[in-house]
Write a protein that binds this ligand. Structure first.
Ligand code: SF4
Ligand code: SF4
Length: 149
């Protein structure tokens, strides 16, 4: 665990996903996907890999991201968001599974509180404290994932 994430071990973090779908929409951004995840998604949708990439994936530098759909002004939905729900939930990318336990979010209490402006599950009044073991498991997955992109 990087020393910059010491705060992650020392403080309590409360979170409970409400299913609001806000983390799948917002300003233009990236939902990174690995080639293995792309293959799993194409298989899930019973689509040819090339056709899937053409329709849903864009290349950014030497990485891949899911496309987005502009819904209004500066608001963009992930291409797989349907009525606030993920339409490929069982094969969604790792970064969607590990959110909000990302290094950029949990590296300080400030960044955690800042993220709560976008994610209502963070510090939600009904949320329980998430045990350190569970948080570490998700964070480790995300760190390994980011290295592999
Ligand atoms: S923004 Fe937070 S509470 Fe809403 S769906 Fe995403 S993780 Fe859950
Ligand atoms: S793949 Fe699913 S969970 Fe991930 S951003 Fe898109 S709609 Fe949300």
């Amino acid at each position: 665990m990087p020393s910059s994430l010491k705060v992650f071990q020392e403080h309590s973090f409360r979170f409970q996903c409400t299913g609001c779908g806000e983390c799948c929409t917002g300003p233009e951004g990236y939902t990174w996907v690995t080639p293995e995840e792309i293959t799993a998604m194409a298989e899930h949708l019973d689509m040819d890999l090339d056709a899937f990439c053409e329709r849903y994936v864009r290349k950014v530098g030497n990485r891949w991201s899911l496309k987005e759909t502009r819904v209004s002004g500066e608001r963009y939905d992930c291409v797989f968001l349907r009525e606030k729900k993920c339409s490929i939930y069982s094969v969604r990318p790792t970064q969607c599974r590990t959110y909000p336990w990302w290094p950029s979010v949990v590296s300080s209490e400030q960044s955690w509180d800042q993220e709560a402006k976008y994610c209502e599950g963070i510090n939600h009044p009904d949320a329980n404290e998430i045990p350190l073991l569970e948080r570490e498991k998700q964070l480790s997955k995300q760190i390994a994932y980011e290295k592999n992109l």
